[in-house]
Design a protein. Structure first.
Length: 337
């Protein structure tokens, strides 16, 4: 049983986040494929996804899949690569992570014996090993996450929006009573949830971040950064309410997609779809198969139309869709007069 103890200050600092980040979601998807986890929601919701993805992992994904532990906790890619929605941003964080951070994240994990030397190379900060791991993250994301992320992102947005509305209307008390009932129980001042072992957590004024996830193999999990004890822990909860099936919007263009292409042009419409996941200029160029200059120009047009926003993240420029842009992507269902 997991028991999280709140103070009045913790309640005031509890909030809802939209995502744990694309890197952590990708790693979770691999744990699901390996059959790790205890989430009762996972089996029916991921049956179609498993059928589509199982057997597709190969040599290009092995540098990451080989780091799945034999037992016990795995790597915390949220702490290592951040919670950004863009794969390239996560890769940038990995390539520039301090060696001490890598060693700490790899410490104590029960890696398979045949992959210990590889795990040691990565944990020691070997530059080539980091690049191989970054390429594997891209490959795993491309196979297991990207084709299904349109559906997954919609589920994340719906649940985080509902939780934020509950928080606004009824405060933190109502929010905690609404989490995954009856699995999670709010018995003020303690939040209780099923867990593999008994854990008592005292927030000590840091608060808690409630974070929906798509691919988490556990019904609930608690994530925290042992290298930064000032940051609040995250309680992850499953976001899916129906099976994860189908492909992303770039794989099939329905009537609303054709209307969007007529409005923006095919390449610019595709660019808008890519930014719905968060994208750097480099990744946008790769996904559109155009030059970086052309991708930047398309992003400028979309930004001037208030369809995306652009901000700098370290060495990268990150583009994100706005509510207006997201509304353009949403299919419109005709109604009876």
């Amino acid at each position: 049983m997991l028991r999280i103890h709140f103070t009045t200050e913790d309640l005031a600092r509890t909030r809802v986040a939209a995502t744990i980040g694309i890197a952590a979601e990708t790693y979770y998807s691999l744990e699901l494929l390996r059959g790790r986890g205890d989430g009762p929601h996972s089996s029916p919701h991921f049956r179609s996804w498993r059928s589509a993805v199982a057997g597709r992992m190969g040599a290009d994904t092995r540098p990451l899949t080989s780091l799945l532990p034999v037992r016990g906790p795995g790597l915390d890619l949220l702490a290592l690569m951040g919670d950004g929605p863009c794969v390239e941003h996560a890769v940038d964080n990995l390539l520039h992570a301090p060696a001490a951070r890598l060693r700490r994240e790899f410490k104590g994990i029960d890696f398979p014996l045949e992959h210990l030397s590889w795990a040691r190379r990565v944990s020691e900060g070997d530059r080539e090993a980091r690049r191989e791991l970054a390429e594997a993250l891209r490959a795993c994301h491309r196979l297991a996450v990207e084709p299904f992320w349109h559906k997954g992102r919609s589920e994340l947005a719906a649940l985080s929006s509902r939780y934020m509305n509950v928080l606004l209307e009824g405060g933190v008390d109502l929010l905690l009573r609404s989490l995954c009932a009856p699995l999670v129980r709010w018995r003020p001042p303690v939040l209780e949830a099923p867990y593999p072992r008994g854990v008592e957590v005292h927030l000590r004024g840091r608060g808690l971040i409630i974070t929906p996830t798509v691919f988490s193999p556990h019904a609930v999990s608690l994530l925290w950064d042992p290298l930064d004890t000032t940051q609040p822990p995250r309680l992850t909860v499953p976001a899916l309410r129906e099976p994860l099936a189908g492909a992303g919007p770039t794989d099939a263009v329905g009537p609303s997609g054709r209307n969007l292409e007529s409005l923006l042009g095919r390449t610019r419409a595709a660019a808008l779809r890519v930014t719905a996941e968060g994208s750097t200029t480099t990744e946008l160029a790769r996904r559109l198969n155009v030059s970086a200059a052309a991708a930047s120009q398309h992003a400028t047009v979309l930004r001037n139309a208030d369809l995306i926003t652009t901000s700098r993240r370290g060495q990268s420029v990150l583009h994100r869709i706005t509510p207006l842009g997201l509304a353009l992507l949403s299919p419109v269902t005709p109604t009876e007069p």
